[in-house]
Design a protein around this ligand. Structure first.
Ligand SMILES: Cc1ncc(COP(=O)(O)O)c(C=O)c1O
Length: 425
């Protein structure tokens, strides 16, 4: 693909970023790179260097950057007004599409980010049960709230179920409100529910935690335990929603939670996320349905804004077309297989972990089933990412996201770059 006309790099820009942004960046990926433009499965930096893009804006750009059909509806809506803080047709249609597609979703409340959606989902579980504690899994990512930042990426191995805060500024008292278990360990969950069941509001889980697949029976076991004990089961589908299947991971694995959160894909690259769930639970957002002490106030300036709604609706329409998921799985599957062969031939101790829509290499000899076993050789991964970047492959620190826009030529180019990077290590 010919490079688009990108303004030549402003050498001052990195310096300006260092001066005006803490740590020199927005807090996301490496600050050394400044992206100028994206189209399909590729992005260009301000120096005109082209990358096959597996970062995909951290997931939302599942149909590719600047998809012409998405651009068209966004441009049309922009001319008609960008946000109203009121119901609009497109937001209502997007909610209806989510209700049709996602098994647990009888009603939807829009917010702007996955972090918000997760915070509200946990609050919803507390409002509905009248209990305070939340059980989460070590390494599970549920946004940046005080609750979400418990044992997301602990540097030391704590004792279960004590949470380890990942950030400064989290109230000490909150440590009593979160219980932590290892992912894929149903026995520990059952024990914690036996001991704390009458204090627990719910269990929040990424049904596919980062890159770790649930063991057969794990999600079903969580469903059974939560049902038997009157706890809310929350699936964080911010990543997996509309990615593993049109109905998300709950369709892919055939387990329906009480509440789920959605983000990334449903906003088509614009700020939009959602909490969705059973109508009797979502009733806590409805003053007319619950008593005053059960009502959950929820307001957001950009909630359901029509720009994100049209972009999300168009993205979902594209994903719904015949062959879309087959294409994503074919691309990701070919990369995973190719990577595994390259690693085997090079005699490198590493595993390709994940599933076709998102995966990465973990430099470890162990089977990866939870946060601790997923901790491979970080220095090697960093080095590999850097060598790949030099060869025109952009990815997150520990994930490749696959889009509909990635081509067979991208796969071939990426496999060559990966083989050369592994050889270069
Ligand atoms: C599983 C999961 N939940 C929640 C979030 C937070 O979403 P956001 O970055 O939109 O706040 C993320 C972000 O990557 C995520 O991966």
């Amino acid at each position: 693909m010919p490079a688009p006309a990108v303004a030549k790099g402003d050498s001052q820009l990195i310096e300006t970023a260092r001066r005006v942004l803490p740590g020199g960046g927005f807090g996301n990926v490496s600050h050394e790179i400044i992206i100028a433009e994206g189209k399909g499965g590729r992005v260009w930096d301000i120096n005109g260097k082209e990358y096959v893009d597996y970062l995909l804006g951290s997931g939302p750009m599942i149909v590719g950057h600047a998809h012409p059909e998405v651009v068209e509806v966004v441009q049309a809506q922009t001319a008609k007004g960008t946000t109203f803080f009121a119901n609009n047709e497109h937001g209502i249609r997007l909610a209806a599409e989510i209700v049709d597609a996602v098994a647990c979703a009888e009603q939807v409340r829009f917010v702007s980010t996955g972090s918000e959606a997760d915070a509200y989902a946990m609050r919803l579980a507390r409002a509905h049960t009248g209990r305070d504690k939340i059980l989460k899994f070590e390494g599970g990512y549920h946004g940046m709230s005080d609750y979400g930042l418990m044992s997301l990426a602990p540097k030391r191995a704590g004792n279960f179920p004590q949470p380890i805060p990942d950030s400064a500024g989290i109230p000490k008292s909150l440590r009593d409100e979160v219980l932590v278990a290892p992912f894929n360990d149903l026995e520990t969950v059952a024990g914690l529910v036996r001991e704390h069941g009458d204090e627990l509001a719910g269990i929040i889980v990424e049904p596919f935690q980062r890159l770790i697949a649930p063991k057969p029976g794990f999600l079903e076991g969580l469903r059974r335990i939560t049902e038997e004990n009157g706890l809310m089961l929350i699936f964080d589908e911010v990543v997996t929603g509309f990615r593993f299947a049109y109905g998300g991971a709950q369709a892919y694995y055939g387990v329906t939670p009480d509440i789920c959160t959605l983000g990334k894909a449903i906003g088509g690259g614009f700020p939009l996320a959602a909490v969705a769930g059973r109508a009797d639970i979502m009733a806590h957002f409805d003053k007319g349905k619950v008593s005053e002490d059960k009502f959950m106030v929820q307001i957001g300036t950009l909630s359901g804004n029509p720009i994100a709604a049209v972009a999300g609706l168009k993205t979902l329409e594209i994903l719904k077309r015949p062959g879309a998921y087959e294409q994503i799985f074919k691309t990701g599957g070919a990369l995973m297989k190719g990577y595994a062969e390259i690693l085997k031939n090079a005699g490198v101790q590493a595993r390709v972990v994940g599933d076709a829509p998102m995966f990465d290499v973990v430099f470890t000899a162990r089977e990866v089933t939870d946060y601790r076993s997923a901790m491979g050789d970080e220095a090697k991964l960093k080095r590999c990412n850097q060598l790949l970047r030099e060869r025109g492959i952009l990815k997150g620190e520990s994930k490749y996201y696959i889009s509909l826009a990635h081509t067979e030529a991208d796969v071939a180019f990426t496999l060559d770059a990966f083989a050369a990077s592994i050889a270069g290590m």
